[in-house]
Design a binder for this molecule. Structure first.
Ligand SMILES: Cc1ncc(COP(=O)(O)O)c(C=O)c1O
Length: 393
């Protein structure tokens, strides 16, 4: 029976087509590989009768804190909440300005809007798709579009897009010299390293997402905020449960952003596989690189001072949409993260930006093509993607 598309429901982030020879993602295959461990972990929670902020959440926070090398790891209901509550914990509020890349997922910007602050967009580097420290410098020198900093600039949120760390050293130096906080949006980059340290522990706060498609994904929503500052970590703990130190005594406006025990138990199982899965992502990336060599495509840059965790393997294709369509005809599903930069989103129309303000972000939105990338891909499937790409150019 044909099923009419329900346009009253907003589109989900990803529509996996299981009928493709190579779908863009395959979470069923991931579950099949670890089914007994997941089932056991979930059953144990169900039998415990303890469903929210219980022993699995506490253990997960310890384990993630140790893995990421941070003083405090605070789980939350989503990565978006982690960004939102981090901004609040850092005191960012109405009238403040927050620098973010023009090319990222919308949540980086909406978190800024949630606290009443204004996102200020900055262009990205062509080679990494991450915020360009030189363009941040231009903005601070009032040589780039956007409102003048005028003491209202309170924070910057570089994003480690696609799993590749942003260039943190110059960004941290700029943040420190201008007295602004730095929040890492590490939603896509768990485990990635920059100058020998894991992302999420480099700035004032690090924010991660456990959305199911992420490298470490829950079976529902989840997020994490990390910090090296104990007091800030304690503040985040309060913000996620109604803003009090003591039960039924509320000192500030807090939220309900708790992670549940089932998600925590699932994440603990999956955290045990993350190293293996990331290694497989690297092997797939190397196979893509070898297979696509000589086709005139731009493949992801591998920086020598950091490690990419390949949440996405994103290539640039000038005639992107046509190539994408031809690859789909050959049974290979791809994705476009993201087709419209933030400064051109209807949501931010009133900020007054226009086409041409951030040329690299606009070019990225036209050219990026994300190939299937998940540990369960077989070498044969990777070769199929390469072949489809080669024949579709
Ligand atoms: C760069 C980036 N920031 C923030 C988020 C928000 O995370 P969540 O979906 O868990 O709220 C995501 C993922 O969805 C993301 O990719």
């Amino acid at each position: 029976m044909a099923c009419a598309k329900d346009v009253s429901r907003p589109a989900v982030a990803i529509a996996v087509d299981d009928h493709m020879a190579v779908p863009v993602l395959n979470l069923k295959a991931q579950y099949a590989g670890i089914r007994s461990r997941i089932d056991e972990a979930v059953r144990t929670v169900l039998e415990s009768g303890h469903f929210v902020l219980g022993p699995n959440v506490a253990a997960l926070e310890e384990e993630l804190g140790a893995f990421l090398g941070v003083t405090k790891a605070v789980t939350m209901a989503s990565g978006t909440d982690a960004l939102h509550l981090s901004l609040r914990a850092l005191g960012v509020g109405p009238g403040d300005l927050v620098l973010i890349p023009a090319f990222t997922f919308v949540a980086t910007a909406t978190a800024v809007s949630y606290v009443g602050a204004r996102p200020v967009f900055v262009d990205i580097e062509a080679k990494t798709f991450n915020v360009d420290p030189d363009r941040v410098r231009d903005y601070l020198a009032e040589k780039a579009p956007g409102p003048r900093p005028d003491g209202r600039l309170k924070a910057m949120i570089p994003v480690h897009l696609y799993g590749q760390p942003a260039d943190m050293e110059p960004l941290l130096a700029l943040a420190r010299s201008h007295g602004v906080a730095l929040i890492e949006d590490a939603a896509q980059a768990i485990g990635a390293m920059y100058h020998g340290k894991r992302v999420g522990g480099l700035g004032d706060v690090g924010c991660f997402s456990f959305y199911p498609t992420k490298n470490l994904g829950a079976m529902g929503d989840g997020g994490l905020a990390t910090t090296q500052d104990q007091a800030l970590g304690d503040h985040l703990l309060r913000l996620r449960v109604y803003g009090g130190r003591q039960r039924y005594l509320h000192e500030e406006l807090g939220f309900n952003s708790r992670l549940d025990e089932i998600q925590a138990a699932v994440l603990r199982v999956k955290l045990g596989f993350l190293g293996e899965w990331t290694a497989r992502r690297h092997a797939i990336a190397a196979r893509y690189r070898a297979g696509l060599a000589g086709l005139g495509l731009t493949v992801p840059l591998e920086r020598t001072d950091s490690t990419h965790v390949y949440h996405q393997f994103t290539i640039r294709v000038p005639d992107r949409d046509a190539v994408r369509g031809r690859m789909a005809e050959r049974g290979v599903q791809t994705a476009v993260y993201y087709p419209l930069p933030l400064h051109l989103q209807p949501l931010y129309r009133e900020l007054g930006y226009g086409t041409g303000d951030f040329p690299e972000a606009e070019r990225a939105a036209r050219e990026v093509l994300c190939l299937p990338m998940y540990p369960e891909l077989t070498d044969a499937q990777v070769d199929e993607v390469v072949e489809a790409c080669r024949r579709s150019l």
